[in-house]
Design a protein. Structure first.
Length: 142
């Protein structure tokens, strides 16, 4: 089984550094103009061939879903970059694993991440975690 890459690489393709807990304006600054709303509290962005759905509560990002454009796959390098961008000076601890995903918690306890495992049966893409097809989901913890 292929391991998840270490969490020590650069940002997505470019300087995407928006983080969980930031305002929608800050997310727009890093990801660019939104490409629409998925729901009343969900704003969709496209940055470096990656779709980002930012879930907003009280004008702050409380969850971010990252998925490749159709037909693509997020690399271990990109996943590690997303986690690093959301570490806020902390590290991520692996706390669980199933046959479809790996779960991490940030060491300050204020964020959690779920990463889809590669789909080796079909030898293509990643197994999707949500109805939005996200491969990496980062949530703020209350």
């Amino acid at each position: 089984m292929k391991a998840i890459a270490p969490l020590t690489v650069l940002a997505l393709s470019g300087s995407a550094e928006a983080r969980i807990g930031e305002t929608l304006d800050q997310c727009s600054y890093y990801y660019g103009a939104s490409i629409g709303h998925v729901a009343k509290d969900q704003v969709k962005f496209s940055h470096g061939h990656i779709y980002i759905i930012v879930h907003v509560r009280d004008n702050r990002s409380v969850r971010e879903d990252f998925a490749p454009e159709a037909g693509g796959t997020l690399s271990d390098h990109q996943i590690a970059a997303i986690l690093k961008d959301n570490a806020e000076g902390h590290t991520w601890e692996r706390i669980g694993e199933s046959h479809t995903k790996v779960t991490f918690i940030r060491t300050d306890g204020h964020a959690r991440a779920e990463v889809a495992k590669p789909n080796y049966q079909a030898d293509e893409g990643r197994i999707k975690l949500t109805t939005t097809g996200a491969e990496v989901i980062i949530r703020a913890r209350p």
